[in-house]
Every structure is written in C-alpha cells, then in structure tokens.
Design a protein around this ligand. Structure first.
Ligand code: CP
Length: 306
C-alpha cells in the first residue's frame, strides 16, 4: 500500500488529524531534546522559486533540530529551472536525493504538479496568491495556544485580502470550526476573492466586509494584519497608492480589547508600527516560534515517524 502523503492545502488534513499534529507540536515545544534524533539519516530538500526568510529557514531548522540534514536552493536562477527544466522533472530528480521536499513557487498549483510526480512527500510552502498551508498550521497553532481553542471568536483580517495567500488558506481552514466570525478589512481594490465569500455564504458562516479598521476594532479577538503584496501587483502605481492604507499604531490600538491578539504572517513592511512590538497583545514573533514546532511535527507526520 502506498502511504505517500503531501501537504498542499490545510484541508488535506481532517480537523482530528490537525488536533493530533498540534498535540505533537505541543510535545515538541515541551521536550525539544526528546526529538533531537527522530530524523537521523533523513534529508529535507527546500526548493524555493520565490524569496523567503521564515518558511525556508523554519523548515531547515526544523529538520536540523530533528537530527536530519537539509539541501536545496533558495533562488531558482541558480537551479536548472533557469535552463527550462519543469517542476515535474525537478521533483523526480529531488526524489532520488531527499526524503521530503518543501517547495515554494510563484505559479499557483506548481507544488501540486510536483506532488503528482513525486515519490517523496511534498509540502506546499506557498504557491502564488493561492495557498500557504504551513503558515496556516502556524496560525492555527498560535491561536489554539493563546486562546485555548479554535472556536468561538471574531477575527479581523486586514490589508491585502486579494493577493494574500496566507489569508486565503487561513479562512479556508477556520471555516471548519464552530463559532468563528470573520471581519474583512480592506480597500475595495484588495477585497477577499469572491470564491471565498461564496464558500462562507454556502456554509452559513458570518462575515462582513469593511474599509475602516477603527470601526470594527472593539469587536475583535484576533487582528490578522497583512502586508500589501507588491510582487503580485500588475502596476507600481496601484501598489504605491495602496501600500500605506493601513498602519496599525498606538492610536488605533486604543480601540482594541485588552485581550485582542495581533497576528501577522510576516514579513512586515510598515503596516504595523514598531511601537506596537512591545504591546503584550503583539503575538507575531511568538507566531514564528510556533511555526517551528508545527513544521517539526509535520515533517515527522509526513515521514511516518512515531
Ligand atoms: N510568512 C512567510 O511566508 O514568510 P517568508 O516569505 O519569509 O517565508
């Protein structure tokens, strides 16, 4: 029987499987040395056709902390993609060298093509404006750890909701939990795509779309800030016009609940003022730490290591 499993979309795992994954991430957090040799002899390939700091290095440190080794490329121009090699051929080659692969690609669906040709687990580390499942696992684990559960809260998603793949992945994933209310905060040019609001309508999940952050701030248990995705704009003029639309500062935070958490997938450009970093509600650097634990748990799970 072929037990090969990939992670293309957070919905690839059932809610129960995610609970098991998060429990494992929690055990890893409590006992990192206990996991130091779980991946002895294993190799992770990171194939990044798009820039990254967190995701690539988080995967690499996850594998190193599990006792495995890493190889790969951080710049497609240094790989044979520059000579015209397809993703399908590249993954067949990588399958001969590594035990598991994390792939980021600017084209939506490219990691899925890789998975269909791969003989090792492939993890989608972000594909265009589509999905970023391991950021979503990070976000879910952060919410669960800070709030104690993945249900019964109001989350505001603010900024570039059109191009932000982390937003699309997170809404999809949260749509399976009870009692979640979404507030989408964006300029009209960067609204969340229709296919997402349609999915929410079909599932009778409450959402509203607003432009002004201050208006809805008092209702939020979580505020998920995002940067305006410069690399996905068709013209620079629009980007320049929209890039400073939201800047979270002390003045706006005065409207927030005392226990509202601020999340951000990072990188930040200027949408959260650095003066907020010392606010106890700022959870975006904690989020990075949870990303390590959940990626360690995911590597173990996809490799079938107990
Ligand atoms: N959150 C995230 O995907 O960051 P990087 O682009 O630095 O990997």
């Amino acid at each position: 029987m072929n037990n090969l499993r990939h992670m293309m979309n957070p919905l690839d795992f059932s809610v129960e499987e995610l609970e098991t994954l998060f429990d494992l991430a929690g055990e890893i957090e409590r006992d990192m040395p206990g996991y130091a040799h779980k991946c002895d002899g294993k190799i992770l390939a990171t194939c990044f056709y798009e820039p990254s700091t967190r995701t690539r290095l988080s995967f690499e440190t996850a594998m190193l902390r599990l006792g495995g080794k890493c190889m790969g490329f951080a710049d497609a121009s240094n790989s044979s993609a520059a000579k015209g090699e397809s993703v399908a051929d590249t993954i067949r080659v990588i399958s001969c060298f590594a035990d598991i692969c994390a792939m980021r690609h600017p084209k939506e669906g490219a990691p899925m093509v890789a998975a269909s040709r791969s003989s090792i687990p492939v993890i989608n580390a972000g594909d265009g404006g589509h999905q970023h499942p391991t950021q979503t696992l990070t976000d879910l684990l952060t919410i669960r750890s800070l709030y104690g559960k993945l249900s019964d809260f109001t989350i505001g998603l603010c900024g570039d909701l059109k191009f932000g793949r982390t937003v699309h992945s997170l809404i999809n994933a949260l749509s399976r939990y009870e009692g979640i209310r979404f507030i989408f905060i964006s300029p009209k040019e960067l609204k969340v795509p229709d296919y997402i609001t349609e999915m929410l309508r079909q599932k009778n999940i409450p959402y509203e779309e607003v432009i002004k952050l201050e208006e809805v701030m008092p209702q939020l248990d979580f505020l998920y800030m995002t940067r305006v995705q410069k690399e996905r704009f068709f013209n620079e003029e629009d980007y320049i016009r929209l890039r400073n639309f939201y800047i979270l500062d002390k003045e706006k935070m005065a409207f927030a609940k005392e226990k509202m958490y601020i999340l951000h997938p990072l990188p930040r450009v200027n949408e959260i003022s650095v003066e907020i970093d010392d606010d106890p509600r700022a959870a975006y650097f904690k989020q990075v730490q949870y990303g390590l634990y959940v990626r360690m748990a995911l590597i173990l799970t996809l490799l079938g290591i107990e």
